[in-house]
Design a protein around this ligand. Sequence first.
Ligand code: ATP
Ligand code: MG
Length: 153
Amino acid sequence: ENIEITKLLSGIIAITEQQAEKKDIEFTATIDDSIYMRADHDRLKQVFINLLNNAINYTPVSGKVELVVKENQEVVEITVSDTGIGIPEEVQNRIFERFYRVDRARSRNTGGTGLGLAIVKHIVEAHKGTIHVESRLDQGSTFRIEIPVSRQV
Ligand code: ATP
Ligand code: MG
């Protein structure tokens, strides 16, 4: 499918704004105009939903969450950053494993299954993309995805 990103994101951004408001989180979304890419619409949507849900869930009240999507030389760059609880350095490579959750005690009340990021990684790789995380405990996290647009001719 040929996807237009602002269109795919409109509903997700509205929902994220509502969730952010409930926690007094400042949410900003900066999306380049007319980014078209070849992708599976529903699965790409799941990538954004999972990353934004995490950013909101793992950020305490009055924090900040930011979504940036831009295109750079036929590559779509998706960045989701937050000022949340962060991820300890030594487990940053494990969070993409199925069912892995950092410190069950601290994430117990968020009631997740530990599948969200495994799904994200799987979808990104199916689109020939990459995902990386940068995070500092108690400072926040940034997830960066790059996917080639592979425009249909
Ligand atoms: P769900 O399957 O409902 O998404 P989950 O959020 O626990 O459950 P993942 O989304 O795969 O599972 O995330 C795995 C773990 O990585 C989380 O349990 C959490 O400990 C950590 N994590 C993910 N995103 C963030 C973030 N933005 N800030 C801090 N920790 C995070
Ligand atoms: Mg999750």
